[in-house]
Design a protein around this ligand. Structure first.
Ligand SMILES: Cc1cc2nc3c(=O)[nH]c(=O)nc-3n(C[C@H](O)[C@H](O)[C@H](O)COP(=O)(O)OP(=O)(O)OC[C@H]3O[C@@H](n4cnc5c(N)ncnc54)[C@H](O)[C@@H]3O)c2cc1C
Length: 371
């Protein structure tokens, strides 16, 4: 095991690799692990040291759970203590409804990302965390660690650096009307309910769940202009709860923001294969993103592996990524438009209150995505 979670030193690192994986979120660690299992030499770097918290609703949908199981990581969630979520309580304009969920678990990003990175290390991946990477389409990677810079070369690079890895200069296009993400954690004291609660307002929505470490995990997608008008993220969250008639009391301080969520990025540039959020994102934040990240990592690995074997890169991954994302994109558009539409929300709330759509699995398919 070559794990060095707290060691950003680049000393003694070899200069050439079959693959360099940038990022140790779900996409990066799964891609690194699967490439190492195929016998490839893999270097994985992350600018953060693990374990680390990140903005996320901390709900892994059934399709993500299924991907982990298919990749032989079915035990991981149980060993962390991930908490099954059987229903979500929705609040909108003073109306309350319960949506049944199947196969979703709540799991902290500290716990999940650390466990997946440990799995990659066990598979033989060499890891350096606390190291910033800059990847070039020709396979060059510049690493910046605690002891300076080091350049390495890779036959293929897996870019799994999340939302912030795409840049305008490399073809990333952010929807000009995109809402931003917000997240924070707080102590659970005084809160007896432990299920998933979701509060929907006109200018944003907010989710709260209890993770396996006992903390309350808060996450929201919100119109950035609304945050400006309210004066702070915490004030905006309280305003959304007030509008919905919710008794949830989100913290006023401690929120971290993301850039605009809905965006497109090229799935490959030269030797750089993008997976997870690095290949694009579509709001909503309803238990989808980590599942996408895992699914794209699993799907990209055969293309990356073939490119390493051939020594050249073809357009196969772009086509496969487009196919993989088509249905997911369509579903996410429906959900995010629905969450902004009073008519759609009214219909969904009425149907849930009458218990007429829960049993069809409609909500499962829209939130988190069934396997
Ligand atoms: C508010 C909000 C709520 C969400 N809620 C949910 C939810 O409930 N369920 C769900 O499934 N998804 C949710 N998501 C989406 C989910 O968080 C992401 O889709 C998922 O984390 C993507 O995983 P990833 O591996 O692609 O990237 P990330 O998890 O973002 O990991 C990227 C990693 O790359 C590292 N990195 C970046 N650039 C560099 C660099 N240059 N050099 C080295 N390292 C680098 C970062 O430090 C980071 O550790 C939510 C997102 C938001 C914004």
């Amino acid at each position: 095991m070559t794990l060095s979670f707290g060691n950003p030193s680049l000393d003694g690192l070899r200069d050439t690799w079959d693959a360099v994986v940038v990022g140790a979120g779900p996409a990066g660690s799964l891609a690194a692990l699967l490439l190492a299992r195929r016998g490839r030499s893999v270097l994985q770097v992350d600018k953060a040291r693990l374990p680390r918290w990140k903005v996320c609703g901390a709900c892994l949908g059934a399709s993500g759970v299924e991907t982990l199981r298919r990749c032989g990581l079915g035990e991981t969630l149980g060993s962390i203590g991930a908490r099954p979520q059987r229903s979500a309580e929705l609040l909108w304009r003073g109306r309350r409804a319960t949506a049944p969920l199947r196969g979703m678990v709540a799991v902290s990003r500290r716990g999940l990302d650390l466990a997946l990175a440990e799995g990659a290390a066990d598979a033989g991946v060499c890891q350096r965390f606390g190291v910033l990477a800059r990847a070039a389409p020709d396979g060059g990677v510049t690493l910046e660690g605690s002891d300076g810079r080091h350049s390495v070369r890779a036959r293929a690079i897996v870019m799994a650096g999340g939302l912030r890895s795409g840049q305008r200069s490399t073809g990333t296009r952010v929807d000009p009307k995109a809402w931003i993400g917000l997240g924070c954690t707080s102590e659970r004291s005084g809160v007896s309910e432990d299920g998933l609660a979701m509060v929907v307002g006109r200018r944003g929505y907010l989710g709260r769940v209890v993770t396996e470490d006992g903390a309350l995990n808060w996450a929201a997608a919100v119109d950035p202009d609304f945050v400006r008008v309210c004066g702070s993220p915490g004030a905006a969250m309280r305003a959304i709860c007030e509008e919905a008639g919710s008794s949830l009391c989100p913290p006023l301080e401690g929120w971290t923001g993301t850039p605009g969520l809905t965006r497109r990025s090229p799935a490959r540039i030269g030797a750089v294969y993008a997976v997870g959020d690095a290949a694009g994102y579509i709001e909503p934040i309803t238990g989808e993103g980590m599942s996408w990240a895992l699914a794209t990592a699993e799907a990209a690995v055969p293309f990356v592996d073939a490119a390493i074997a051939r020594g050249c890169h073809h357009a196969g991954w772009e086509r496969a990524h487009r196919r993989l994302m088509r249905w997911r994109r369509a579903r996410c558009r429906v959900v995010s438009r629905g969450l902004r539409s009073a008519v759609a929300m009214g219909v969904v709330m009425a149907a849930l209150q009458a218990q007429s759509i829960g049993q069809w699995g409609v909500i499962d398919r829209l939130i988190g995505g069934t396997a």
